[in-house]
Design a protein around this ligand. Structure first.
Ligand code: ADP
Ligand code: MG
Length: 394
């Protein structure tokens, strides 16, 4: 078991909390504060226990000097200040005398927010390549390191792996809770267990497929990735998404797991991807050369329902159609309707799938929407995650 923030005596200590404040910002306005709200529990706990709190996060990608203006953490400091009803000392640099002096002058319950860790990427990708000296330097600013950034748990950066390599470490409440919820899927999930997979590409999901297929009873495949499988099964797919080089992989999976993999039997097609386009419902074998498959059809929804109704565990990654356009959003919405009516433990993960859950207002009706995107998938693949492994054991 990993140590958590609760395993440390925080009183008077300088506690570095690596948060995930990677929120959508447009012209200095935060468009969605959910990640900020999700970080408050850990920060409040550190406040209550009289820590000197040093917050760090990345935001966006920093490739040019201009990106710095776009991705400053200043708006995050204002948002945090509003939620915590407390002054946040924002330091507009990631290293240097100003930062060091501010930390030296800290009193208990003070909160400092350091500028975007990825500003260090302009200086030879020091943050993203886990530069040893940078990790050591940041660690030297604190006494204890708490990793509460689930969204980057699969990355080996100076601001997570680097710092944790140098000072005592533990997990924050957000990371602890994500792991607890996702572990229910990897360690003896309650059966029957069905996985729903969609999204655009097979190649993004090979690790997940390989790892989860052995644990699940059924895998229902929709979205863009279904078409490479359908092609591998010998069906015409018109102009739908197809990853030719992945056809052999799909064939192998279909042979090996013929009783587990369930493919669509009908799809919604159009000749263009745009609003108000004319759509057609096609059974397999009916898709014309110029047509693109953009959603699962109503008969497929009925088939998928049979594999979901009596489930005890459901994991869903990848929208089942091009849900950003209304005409192709029905499959995804209908499957949400079905899973929230089951008695199953339902977990939704993946950046776009989580976005679909919020867009169609199902985020509070499923058991868990992972905040992690790629991190959730990496965790479920049971890959080694160095930024997690490095955290001290109890
Ligand atoms: P996640 O981020 O949840 O892991 P992906 O990134 O794999 O999901 O895929 C999401 C994208 O897949 C969505 O933007 C959606 O429009 C697209 N998509 C779903 N079905 C299709 C399809 N049939 N054709 C093309 N794109 C699709
Ligand atoms: Mg995505």
């Amino acid at each position: 078991m990993k140590k958590t923030i609760k395993d440390y005596d925080l009183g008077g200590k300088k506690v570095i909390i690596r948060c995930d404040f990677n929120v959508p910002v447009q012209n200095g306005i935060i468009k969605d504060e959910s990640r900020i709200k999700a970080s408050l529990k850990t920060i409040r706990y550190a406040l209550k226990n009289n820590a000197k709190i040093i917050l760090m996060s990345h935001l966006g990608r920093i490739k040019t000097e201009e990106d710095k203006q776009k991705y400053t953490l200043k708006p995050i400091a204002e948002s945090l200040s509003k939620h915590l009803r407390k002054k946040i000392i924002f330091i507009d640099e990631t290293h240097g005398p100003k930062l060091e002096k501010a930390i030296k002058n800290m009193k208990e319950k003070d909160i400092i927010l350091i500028e975007n860790t990825r500003f260090e990427d302009l200086n030879g990708k020091k943050e993203s390549n886990n530069d040893k000296n940078l990790g050591q330097y940041w660690a030297s600013l604190g006494d204890i390191f708490i990793n509460d950034a689930f969204g980057t748990i699969h990355r080996s950066h100076a601001s997570n792996l680097g710092i944790a390599s140098n000072i005592p470490s533990g997990l924050g409440f957000l990371v602890e809770s994500e792991i607890k919820k996702l572990t229910k899927l990897t360690k003896n999930p309650k059966k029957p267990y069905t996985i729903i997979l969609g999204g655009s590409k097979v190649s993004d999901k090979i690790g997940v497929i390989n790892n989860l297929i052995t644990q699940a009873d059924y895998i229902l495949i929709g979205g863009g990735m279904a078409f490479t499988f359908l092609k591998a099964a010998g069906f015409g797919i018109g102009s739908s998404l197809c990853e030719k080089e992945k056809i052999p992989f799909c064939k192998e999976m279909l042979d090996k797991y013929s009783d587990k993999i369930i493919l669509p039997i009908d799809v919604i097609t159009a000749t263009e991807i745009k609003e108000n386009v004319q759509t057609n419902e096609r059974f397999l074998g009916e898709i014309a050369e110029e047509e693109i498959g953009l959603d699962i059809g109503p008969k497929t929804v009925e088939v998928f329902k049979q594999y979901l109704d009596d489930c005890k565990t459901i994991f869903w990654n990848g929208p089942l159609g091009y849900f950003e356009i209304k005409a192709f959003s029905n499959g995804t919405k209908k499957i949400f309707d079905i899973i929230v009516q089951t008695k199953a433990y339902t977990v939704v993960g993946g950046g776009d799938t989580a976005r679909a859950a919020v867009t169609f207002n199902y985020q509070d009706k499923v058991s868990h929407v992972s905040t992690g995107g790629g991190a959730a998938l990496a965790y479920l693949e049971e890959k080694e995650l160095p930024a997690l492994s490095i955290i001290n054991e109890k």
